[in-house]
Design a protein around this ligand. Structure first.
Ligand SMILES: [Zn+2]
Length: 430
């Protein structure tokens, strides 16, 4: 069935860059998004779309902006309940907050309950796709996949692999970790809109045997994702160089074990050198830029300019629970500030790119989602620039869509999401 949505419509065709290149975006002030059976048919100005909209139900959103659904490139659903936990850096934070929270997921019923709450929160914030960490428990992956399938969402997730340097109750071993991952791949990968990610937590919590086993599994299933952390924290990196004295760099550890490849997504990537970035680009690996987490845990500043100049695909990640918001608008606002501290700009259009098409490119999903090209899945968000009295006042005097979108991003929260559509179906209405 065809359905049309009328509002301002905005999407990216490529990376607008620091110069906010206009040829990289398409904007229709009075536009129509035409959808059929969950797929984009066409987007255009209302005048040019009239003929196609005859006998089609039109949903009107006056004053709103329709943009592609947001894509979260790195988030931990089991850490939802430890968001906003005070005062530690990465390694202490894992021991004090993350591991105890993840241990609760031994209870399968609890895992299913949190998975549902987590995905509803994503949708309330306009996020329609995410790359998600589970816990070491295989049923944590079952829980998030089942909840995503029920909501029709495109989602990539995996059970964590970790067999050392963490509490015994959260450890698997090289054989059981791979066996469980393989079973999950067979059960979920390619079902509906779901995909699997082989998910070693990071190089400090996997033995060399486990990293090698994960790498063999990755080469056995080249169309499966690899999802892990890289170069987040200086104390972590010192420990990596002690544990892996024969590796040139932290990235090199993953490379040596066959975990650096296309569809490998690395969260953080704060302390890389030119050779690392070059290697990531050559291999087609991607980076998740997680500014609220990097600030909250005192980790450091992501160098977007260096990553993009090297040709590395980058998208935004919330990294809940190290991050402090599930909103990719809020995350983009913090990204702007992180880049500003490094004399880099983040125009509104590039922020939109990092939350939509850029993220889709980072996750190798840009043939399916990320913008409104004909044939893509109709995941979209109805943004309300007047979500609060203050943002209504500020965006009301904006003289351009760039200014309006920028102010919306800086002031936004979930009150600025009027509706979220998953494959053409309205899922969350505030
Ligand atoms: Zn993380």
């Amino acid at each position: 069935m065809r359905e049309a949505f009328r509002a301002s419509v905005l999407h990216c065709l490529s990376d607008p860059g620091e110069g906010a290149d206009r040829s990289a975006i398409e904007y229709f002030e009075d536009g129509v998004l035409l959808v059929e059976d969950g797929v984009v048919v066409e987007v255009g100005d209302v005048g040019s779309m009239l003929a196609q909209c005859e006998n089609v139900a039109v949903t009107e959103y006056p004053g709103k902006i329709i943009v592609p659904g947001f894509i979260d490139c790195h988030v931990h659903f089991p850490q939802l309940d430890i968001i906003a936990s005070y005062g530690e850096q990465l390694l202490d934070w894992l021991d004090r907050y993350a591991y105890p929270a993840e241990a609760r997921f031994a209870d399968e019923g609890y895992a299913h309950e949190v998975a549902g709450v987590f995905l509803d929160e994503l949708l309330r914030n306009g996020t329609t796709t995410a790359l998600v960490f589970g816990t070491v428990h295989a049923h944590s992956a079952d829980a998030i996949f089942a909840a995503a399938q029920q909501r029709g969402m495109r989602l990539i997730a995996g059970k964590v692999l970790m067999d050392r340097n963490c509490p015994a109750e959260l450890q698997d071993d090289p054989e059981s970790g791979v066996a469980e991952s393989r079973a999950l791949i067979e059960r979920w990968h390619g079902q509906d809109r779901l995909s699997y990610a082989i998910t070693p937590r990071f190089a400090l919590t996997s033995s060399e045997r486990q990293l090698a086993a994960a790498g063999r599994l990755a080469s056995e299933y080249p169309d499966v994702w690899v999802h892990t952390h890289l170069a987040e924290n200086t104390a972590e990196i010192e420990e990596i160089s002690r544990q892996f004295p024969n590796s040139r760099s932290y990235l090199d550890v993953y490379d040596q074990f066959g975990l650096l490849r296309k569809r490998s997504v690395f969260a953080h990537c704060l302390y890389l050198d030119d050779e690392d970035r070059q290697r990531m680009a050559e291999k087609g690996a991607a980076a998740a830029f997680c500014p609220t987490s990097n600030l909250f845990l005192g980790s450091g500043l992501f160098d977007l300019s260096a990553m993009r100049s090297a040709g590395v695909a980058c998208g935004l990640g919330t990294d809940i629970g190290g991050g402090t918001s599930l909103s990719l608008l809020t995350t983009a606002s913090e990204a702007y500030k992180v880049l500003h501290l490094q004399d880099q700009g983040l125009p509104a259009m590039r922020a939109l790119y990092l939350a939509t098409l850029g993220a889709a490119e980072a996750l190798s999903l840009d043939d399916k989602v990320g913008n409104f090209r004909c044939g893509k899945e109709a995941d979209f968000v109805v943004l309300d620039p007047a979500g609060t009295p203050l943002s209504a006042r500020r965006t009301g005097i904006a003289s351009s869509i760039d200014e309006k979108l920028f102010a919306t991003i800086m002031l936004a929260d979930d009150r600025h999401i009027a509706a979220t559509y998953v494959a053409g179906r309205c899922w969350a209405v505030s």
